[in-house]
Design a protein around this ligand. Structure first.
Ligand SMILES: NC(=O)c1ccc[n+]([C@@H]2O[C@H](COP(=O)([O-])OP(=O)(O)OC[C@H]3O[C@@H](n4cnc5c(N)ncnc54)[C@H](OP(=O)(O)O)[C@@H]3O)[C@@H](O)[C@H]2O)c1
Length: 317
């Protein structure tokens, strides 16, 4: 099959690689119709330290965590989905993963996909998986967001942030404030948040609090900086684990204000929820750019430029 392979210079090229073969027990063989790009791909491609925890660094290096496509075959023990069904999802972060989604075919655990509604395009579905799941799980599970809550999203213009602003509203938040750069204030306002330029306002001085949830989607702040913005039992959640967070979590253990890190899980029920919201128009995945598979280099350059509003998707067919 054909796949996007990262060459010795770190550049993506389309090459022939071995087929993934039959679906093992509990897994699916998918035909990939679309994928999407994430900072995680950049970390893997550039060999960054964090990238080692996301997947195996085997050769050929085929990147990609987001996928949308059609089930070609199912392994033993898989009751759902069925062959021919359109599904989407996030390839779980695991050092056992040896192949990403930028390929004709992909093998994934059956429980890590959700049904793709007919009304939702493959690029939109793929571009919703990783960041939509991250935002939903951060706000609902770690943030314990309740209707009427007040939410601050740090990095509201990125993939995670753009989903988080909308999902906070869908979970019933009364007020959502979103930090971003000056050029993306209108974009963030359009998503449903009160925009704040992070270069003009120091993070601890962000107006609109106190907040029940501070979701540090960009992972540029800290629990210490967020504490003064939180309600007495508010939650700070970041997207990147680190030593700083370890100390923060220790400090938070003696406080009702919690600190945590989200680690995205590709759960069928959550993908079904996201697909439903997309299908009925409650959730939108802003596609900044959609490239053909031959132009993945262009998509990665766009992602790394910092100019993206929302997501970069890849058409695979
Ligand atoms: N833990 C997990 O399971 C998980 C899952 C998904 C993603 N992540 C991580 O989460 C992070 C964000 O992912 P993403 O997909 O949203 O990335 P992205 O689409 O590249 O967006 C990055 C965001 O960071 C903002 N930003 C940059 N500098 C900032 C600053 N100084 N203050 C506030 N915001 C700032 C950007 O705002 P402007 O563009 O307006 O400057 C943009 O909104 C990445 O590190 C990613 O690897 C973790």
């Amino acid at each position: 099959m054909k796949a996007t392979v990262i060459d010795a210079d770190g550049a993506p090229t389309i090459e022939t690689v071995p087929d993934p073969g039959l679906a093992p027990p509990g897994q699916l063989l998918l035909r990939v119709d679309a994928a999407a790009l994430n900072p995680a791909d950049v970390k893997v491609i550039e060999g960054q330290f964090a990238g080692r925890f996301l997947r195996a660094r085997t050769q050929p290096l085929v990147p990609g965590f987001d996928f949308s496509g059609v089930v070609e075959a199912i392994g033993d023990g898989v009751a759902s989905p069925r062959v021919g069904q359109a599904v989407f999802g996030h390839l779980p972060y695991s050092s056992k993963n040896t192949q990403g989604s930028l390929a004709d075919y992909l093998v994934v655990p059956a429980e890590s996909v959700g049904p793709k509604p007919d009304e939702v395009s493959h690029p939109t579905a793929a571009a919703t998986a990783t960041t939509g799941l991250t935002a939903l799980q951060a706000l609902r599970d770690l943030g314990r967001l309740r209707p009427g809550g007040r939410v601050l999203i740090n990095g509201a213009s990125g993939g995670v942030g753009a989903h988080a602003v909308q999902i906070a509203r869908l979970l019933g938040a009364e007020a959502v404030v979103g930090t971003c750069s000056a050029a993306k204030m209108d974009f963030v306002a359009g998503l449903g948040a009160e925009p704040v330029d992070y270069r003009q306002t120091a993070f601890p001085a962000t107006p609109g609090g106190p907040f029940d949830v501070v979701f540090d989607a960009a992972a540029t702040a800290s629990y210490r900086a967020a504490r003064a913005l939180l309600t007495d039992d508010g939650a700070y959640i970041t997207t990147l684990p680190g030593f700083g967070l370890l100390f923060d979590m220790l400090a938070a253990a003696f406080s009702r204000r919690t600190a945590g890190v989200v680690v995205v899980k590709s759960q069928a029920a959550d993908l079904t929820q996201l697909g439903g919201w997309l299908a009925d128009g409650a959730l939108e995945t802003p596609l900044d750019t959609t490239v053909d598979r031959a132009d993945v280099a262009e998509g990665l350059a766009r992602l790394k430029s910092g100019a993206v509003k929302g997501k970069v998707a890849v058409r695979m067919r």
